[in-house]
Design a protein around this ligand. Structure first.
Ligand code: DGL
Length: 273
């Protein structure tokens, strides 16, 4: 199984793109809905939660995990790869969403990019680091949008006031940098707001979504790492876990995943310290 992890529902948008692109593999999703949002939490707490989630997914037998959450990727991924994996699971792999997104910005040749993300991602500077490693000349403006994840997690994406919130964040982004060629939706929850976001952005500005990027990069990764690819089951199974109410997860997951899912409840507290 390929494990996908997010603080809540957002990672389902990423997993859906990957599943559509590579349907033969078995997939397992874990949403830490009991402790969402991660975006306003300290890096040390995000690390602790992410490590627990990764521990759970490895215990379920995943040889490969995608941390499909920008906040967790920015605040925990490197430490997990460098400190946890070599000691606890040397033959497994954990990937994130920041590096592939930075590569996509670079490959598309954008020279001025706006990043919409959580506070935790903006504060980490992870996008500045990763994009500038590839091209130090790219101009980047970042805007944190702390209200968007709670709006999406509570299923209020169609609320009239959501437009006001979005337009105010986008206004702030353009105040930081007037000339923007592309805006990266650097939070897995934001694609749900795509239509509303596009309404407040000049037509000539491209909007970049992470799902299709991660799907393509995953295909490349699997073709280059046969030793991992061989270990992934190929019966087309989909399994969903949440740390909070399953009925609520199943009801709202539909919006992100586009089809009905049946989840199982698990607890991460204390289990995978
Ligand atoms: N979906 C997560 C991300 O991509 C963050 C949501 C949260 O704040 O928990 O950053």
């Amino acid at each position: 199984m390929i494990g996908f992890f997010d603080s809540g529902f957002g990672g389902l948008t990423i997993m859906k793109s990957v599943v559509n692109f590579l349907p033969e593999y078995n997939y397992l999703y874990l949403g830490d809905n009991a402790r969402v949002p991660y975006g306003t939490r300290s890096p040390s707490l995000v690390y602790k939660f992410t490590r627990q989630a990764v521990g759970f997914l490895f215990n379920q037998g995943c040889p490969l995990i995608v941390v499909a959450c920008n906040t967790a990727s920015a605040n925990a991924l490197r430490r997990i790869q460098q400190e946890y994996l070599p000691v606890a699971f040397p033959d497994r792999r954990v990937l994130g969403v920041i590096r592939p997104s930075a590569e996509a910005v670079f490959e598309k040749g954008f020279k001025s990019v706006g990043i919409l993300a959580t506070e935790g991602v903006v504060r980490s500077g992870a996008y500045l680091t990763e994009i500038h490693k590839l091209d130090p000349a790219v101009l980047i403006a970042q805007q944190s949008c702390p209200l968007l994840v709670p709006i999406v997690e509570s299923g209020e994406q169609d609320w009239r006031s959501t437009d006001v919130v979005i337009s105010s964040y986008i206004e702030k982004l353009f105040e930081k940098m007037a000339e923007i060629e592309a805006i990266l939706l650097a939070c897995t929850h934001y694609p749900i707001l795509m239509k509303k976001i596009c309404r407040h952005i000049p037509e000539e500005v491209s909007v970049i979504e992470q799902g299709p990027i991660v799907a393509e990069k995953m295909r490349d990764y699997l073709s280059r790492h046969k030793e991992i690819e061989r270990k992934i089951g190929k019966q087309g199974k989909r399994i969903f876990f949440t740390t909070d109410d399953c009925a609520r997860f199943d009801r709202l997951a539909c919006l992100f995943y586009g089809e009905h899912v049946t989840s199982k409840l698990i607890s991460l507290e204390g289990e995978y310290e």
